[in-house]
Design a protein around this ligand. Structure first.
Ligand SMILES: Cc1cc2nc3c(=O)[nH]c(=O)nc-3n(C[C@H](O)[C@H](O)[C@H](O)COP(=O)(O)OP(=O)(O)OC[C@H]3O[C@@H](n4cnc5c(N)ncnc54)[C@H](O)[C@@H]3O)c2cc1C
Length: 456
């Protein structure tokens, strides 16, 4: 059940800031009018120059005004009042400030190190970034789905897909517990993750296959009051550091009717893991392989009914796909913004790139796709928020958003030329990080199969 918008009064930005032990300078308009929200804090890593300039208004006296992208003249971020209220936008400002001060300046180093500090989970929980939309009695902050969309968008604006994926791995691990867990399970497994003390991950994919969830082979055998688990999982986001895993296992016969979901703690006997796996992108996320060798798990850790795990996993996918569509849209938007700026500033053959029709039309194509994709994703989120079945639509949103981000990130690298291939430029990372969005959470081909089932 998604909480209603009426619960958003819990999301008082000042209260959230004080929860995160952040300073507040007494400005009653804070954070909306706070100068740092306009991106004026100095970037520490070179690639943030590009990122920050997505939100600041650089003074350039040399260029003709018509060459300046419109977004640079905006005083506030995009407000879409069809779907987002003033409360949502206040929340956005709060999260944006947190991302700009606590995440963005360090992302480059964390990306290069392949990890971000564990403490960030606690800080993010303090500001409401992790626990938004979860039940209050377990440490959550009641909020509607659009507020969560805002949170996902602002984290994605840090420009590190890996950081967003690992910091947000709880959003794919906890919902099955929230929706189908017992009170005892919720009490044991939600609060410490929602407060950022513990890390939660979802483990469905196996070395033998990820798309075919009904074909998983990790077996859980019931012995008195425990399940004995044997098998392996791979590509598990946050898997190296997670304290608890929501794991798809086979408790019954072959096919989707034999699947159950267990909560397995990292200190369980018979559990080992290896990683981090080296990846094309998402460097700041710890991706692991998990191994269960006679791993003993209390039978009380079974989520829902035995053999009813498949629909539970499919239900979980819906929100994950929405989240990936949102991340794809922001990835594309960042790449577009960086391209608009670069095309305006970069001169070739004595003229700005943006004065060339071929480049201008490319930018127009990018902008058009980004705008359409965002609007459609918001619409789907809004419908989901109203409790509407959106299985086909959310698959379409993920399909369209990831195809858009594929196109836009590729085009952005091209607009940047050689710079686009260099590690210190944001578009280089966006291009790499983007690639997984059409694979994870259900591939493009699987999205098309789902849509086909609905239209044929
Ligand atoms: C960085 C990263 C993080 C991840 N994090 C997690 C995580 O936290 N938890 C988790 O459980 N999983 C995670 N995954 C796994 C991800 O969900 C799977 O990779 C994905 O579902 C695809 O499964 P697969 O890799 O086994 O590809 P396969 O299923 O082997 O598919 C290979 C190719 O064949 C295509 N294909 C498959 N079946 C069909 C068909 N019937 N018709 C047409 N084409 C088909 C696919 O679309 C794909 O292009 C992660 C993956 C990556 C790369």
């Amino acid at each position: 059940m998604i909480p209603t918008l009426a619960t958003l009064h819990f999301l008082d930005p000042v209260r959230l800031l004080s929860r995160a032990h952040m300073s507040w300078d007494g400005d009653p308009q804070y954070p909306v009018n706070h100068p740092r929200l306009h991106g004026l804090s100095p970037p520490r890593a070179p690639d943030y120059l590009d990122l920050h300039r997505c939100t600041v208004h650089p003074q350039r006296d040399n260029d003709a005004p018509w060459l300046r992208p419109r977004h640079e003249r905006r005083e506030t971020p995009i407000v879409n009042d069809t779907y987002f209220s003033t409360e949502h936008e206040l929340l956005r400002q709060t999260f944006r400030h947190f991302v700009e001060t606590e995440i963005a300046p360090f992302v480059h180093d964390w990306e290069e190190a392949g990890l971000f500090p564990r403490d960030l989970y606690r800080k993010a929980a303090g500001i409401g970034l992790l626990n938004l939309g979860y039940p209050e009695e377990y440490g959550g902050i009641p909020a509607d789905l659009l507020a969560q969309v805002v949170a996902w968008e602002e984290v994605a604006r840090a420009g590190s897909g890996g950081l967003g994926a690992s910091l947000g791995s709880l959003h794919i691990a906890l919902p099955p517990i929230v929706s189908h867990g017992t009170t005892e399970q919720k009490t044991r497994f939600l609060p410490s993750v929602l407060s950022g003390e513990r890390i939660a991950a979802l483990a469905v994919t196996e070395p033998g296959g990820g798309s075919d969830v009904a074909g998983i082979t990790t077996r859980a055998r019931r012995e008195d009051d425990v399940f004995v688990v044997d098998g392996a999982k791979t590509f598990i986001t946050s898997g190296v550091r997670a304290d608890q895993f929501t794991v798809a296992v086979r408790t019954g016969d072959s096919g989707h009717g034999g699947i159950s979901v267990l909560i397995i703690e990292a200190d369980s006997a018979g559990f080992t893991r290896s990683g981090p796996l080296k990846k094309m992108g998402w460097w700041a996320s710890d991706t692991a392989e998990l191994s269960f060798d006679g791993c003993r798990v209390p039978a009380d850790n079974l989520i829902g009914m035995p053999g009813r795990g498949f629909p539970l996993i499919m239900e979980n996918f819906q929100k994950e796909r929405l989240q990936m569509a949102v991340v794809a849209n922001i990835t594309a938007e960042l790449a577009l913004t960086a391209s608009l700026i670069h095309a305006t500033e970069r001169h070739t053959f004595g003229k700005p790139l943006a004065s060339r029709q071929v480049i201008r039309h490319k930018l127009v194509e990018m902008a058009t796709k980004v705008e359409i994709s965002r609007q459609y994703t918001y619409r789907v989120a809004d419908q989901m928020n109203r409790g509407q079945d959106q299985v086909k639509e959310v698959s379409m949103a993920k399909l369209f958003a990831t195809e858009t981000s594929d196109f836009v990130t590729d085009a952005a690298v091209q607009v940047f030329g050689g710079f686009g291939y260099m590690r210190e430029y944001l578009v280089e990372r966006l291009y790499r990080d983007n690639r997984v969005l059409s694979i994870g959470g259900g591939t493009t081909e699987i999205m098309k199969e789902i849509i086909a089932k609905h239209i044929l």
